[in-house]
Design a protein around this ligand. Structure first.
Ligand code: NAD
Ligand code: ZN
Length: 350
């Protein structure tokens, strides 16, 4: 077993240390020990660093960050059949209890006892060696890179959002916010057959990337009233969209989502902003605009992997910056500030 295990440990607000952590022991029969390879930085990792908390999840004990990850199997538990030493895998970071009604019903993302990487008090995997449930590790085909494996995590959010939105061949879709999550929703919606996608942001550089990734229309959001912007969306798209996928969490953007969506359509809330917002709920009600939330994903990794392996989706352009594990603080600073047009910042633990 490796004697060194460097990890990125968050002690509290603005106190992230790169230090030796304990090395994993022998895996349980249904586990694998992984040599970590690539770990993407997510907005939630940055929030834990800068605020020490997200909602009621508070960092009270030192916690290893990181949950968008891929690694190489280093040791296999005695009962693991689908993986062997040396296999390259994407790691689905949330392991549910498997026993509750939600787990049994297939909606394991709603399991109250889920253990999720880098959600306090559970450790993440921004380190060199890490142990995980083997059945939440997905073997990558040879032509899929470990970086792409790490990006299966945000891509799975896109898959879950588009599934719950009902995106299908010919759908017209408004996506609000062109951060990594808005962009994976764009890629997924296009792959699922959406033919007319408009994406918004308040930052022009993100809209440029969205155009490169296949958005038919982009809209730079200014301080105009939501109703007025909804009118612009309709003009650009040649009609109101069937579906809105809100990926900014901004109150004004949720308002826009309601006004912009076609009567009888669907708005999915992916963005998580303030806990309480003012929205034109009666407008949604009387036009039968359904509003759905999403929480992470369930049963989405296999499809996300298939989309990448088949070439239907290319997530590589999302990666704008690469760092080594030793440079984690700099990587987080880049992700936090968006310096140099940063979108997805990825850390190599090799
Ligand atoms: P991000 O901050 O990188 O992206 C948000 C984007 O929205 C930015 O590009 C920003 O410029 C843009 N924006 C801000 N105000 C806007 C407005 N009024 N109109 C249009 N665009 C606006 O974050 P991200 O990593 O892409 O994540 C997006 C959101 O999704 C976050 O709120 C995150 O918490 C949430 N999220 C939710 C889930 C879930 O399971 N529901 C999973 C992952 C992320
Ligand atoms: Zn459960």
């Amino acid at each position: 077993m490796a004697s060194n295990n460097l990890g990125a440990v968050l002690y509290g607000k603005n106190d992230l240390r790169i230090e030796q952590i304990s090395t994993p022991g022998e895996p349980k029969p249904d586990e694998v020990v992984l040599r970590m390879s690539q770990v993407g930085i997510c907005g939630s990792d940055v929030s834990y660093l800068t605020k020490g908390a997200i909602g009621h999840f508070v960092v009270k004990e030192p916690m290893v960050l990181g949950h968008e990850a891929a690694g190489i199997v280093f040791k296999v538990g005695s009962e693991v059949k689908h993986l062997k030493v040396g296999d390259r895998v994407a790691i689905e970071p949330g392991v549910p209890c498997r026993k509750c009604d939600y787990c049994k019903g297939g909606r394991y993302n709603l399991c109250p006892d889920v253990i999720f990487c880098a959600t306090p008090p559970d450790h993440g995997n921004l380190c060199q060696f890490y142990t995980h449930a083997a059945d939440f590790c997905y073997k990558l085909p040879d032509h899929v890179t470990l970086e792409e494996g790490a990006l299966l995590e945000p891509l799975s959010v896109g898959v879950h959002a588009c599934r719950r939105a009902g995106v299908t061949l010919g759908s017209t879709v408004l996506i609000c916010g062109a951060g990594p999550i808005g962009l994976v929703c764009l890629l997924t919606a296009k792959a699922m057959g959406a033919t007319n996608v408009c994406i918004t942001d308040i930052a022009d550089n993100r809209l440029n990337l969205a155009r490169q990734l296949g958005a038919e229309h982009t809209l730079l959001i200014d301080s105009s009233e939501a109703k007025e912007i909804a009118q612009r969306v309709s003009e650009k798209m040649g009609g109101m969209p069937d579906i809105t996928i809100e990926c900014s969490g901004a109150e004004s953007s949720i308002q826009l989502g309601i006004y912009a969506t076609k009567s009888g359509g669907m708005m999915v809330l992916v963005g998580l902003g303030p806990a309480e917002v003012n929205i034109p709920i009666v407008n949604a009600a009387v036009r039968e605009v359904d509003i759905r939330g999403i929480f992470r994903y369930a049963n989405c990794y296999p499809l996300a992997l298939e989309m990448i392996a088949s070439g239907k989706v290319d997530v590589k352009p999302l990666i704008t910056h690469r760092f080594k594990l030793e440079e984690t603080l700099q990587a987080f600073e880049t992700s936090r500030t968006g310096a140099g047009g940063a979108v997805k910042v990825i850390i190599s633990c090799e």
